[in-house]
Design a protein around this ligand. Structure first.
Ligand SMILES: N[C@@H](CCC(=O)N[C@@H](CS)C(=O)NCC(=O)O)C(=O)O
Length: 209
């Protein structure tokens, strides 16, 4: 049995959508971040870094968004959400997952939690300004890379597209918004309009656009 630990709007959204997309039998556990669940012993036993998402597969914990998405996609190969290994498409899939979950996701972490890096308010505001500039540049490059897409692999939709979808949603707070770019905007809308995505977004009570 697959069990997903998430909180609404977090990186857990990607895995939740993928579980729906592949038609997997699964359970979800909503973690209450505000009540300190991420710091509780039972959660740290699953992910010592205290981050969402965590996926349990028959009780074995997997954390980090990229490996969680890849695990689900590989477990349901017929659903077609991951290219075969040792192909150019798989290299591209790995490249995007890595780029998005390291550079881009971590820049969002800086922007969201500047107080984790610097103490005084003025420095925190400076961190946010720098993070916004970096994100703007990252989304500009991503938009160029996506090109006619419409997906990151071209015409084939894959699990890594869900991470770009999530980060584009986070980018609604930037100016310009991430989805105001042509390729990213088309990518975002195509994914947003899929039935499983709508269902999970509703469950997470997200109304991004
Ligand atoms: N590198 C991790 C980052 C995951 C991550 O940052 N998760 C966020 C939610 S989007 C989280 O758990 N934040 C809680 C916190 O930092 O306190 C991954 O790719 O899964």
């Amino acid at each position: 049995m697959l069990e997903l630990f998430y909180f609404p709007g977090s990186a857990g959204l990607t895995a939740h959508i993928l579980l729906e997309e592949v038609g997997a039998p699964y359970e979800t556990h909503r973690v209450d971040r505000d009540q300190g669940d991420l710091d509780r012993d039972w959660f740290r036993d699953l992910n010592p870094f205290g981050r969402i998402p965590v996926l349990l597969d028959d009780g074995r914990a997997i954390f980090e968004t990229g490996p969680v998405l890849t695990h689900i996609a590989e477990k349901f190969p017929d659903a077609g959400f991951i290219p075969p290994t040792a192909t150019p498409a798989r290299d591209l899939y790995n490249q995007w997952l890595s780029l998005l979950s390291t550079d881009v996701q971590q820049t969002f972490m800086l922007r969201t939690y500047p107080h984790r890096w610097v103490d005084d308010k003025e420095s925190q505001a400076e961190v946010v300004v720098s993070a916004d500039a970096k994100l703007t540049n990252q989304f500009d490059i991503i938009d160029g890379l996506l090109g006619d897409g419409p997906y990151i692999l071209g015409s084939e939709f894959c699990a890594a597209d869900l991470l770009l979808f999530l980060l584009t949603g986070y980018g609604r707070r930037l100016s310009p918004k991430a989805w105001d770019r042509p390729a990213i905007g088309r990518h975002y809308r195509l994914i947003r309009d899929r039935a499983p995505v709508r269902k999970v977004m509703q469950e997470h009570e997200l109304d991004w656009k």
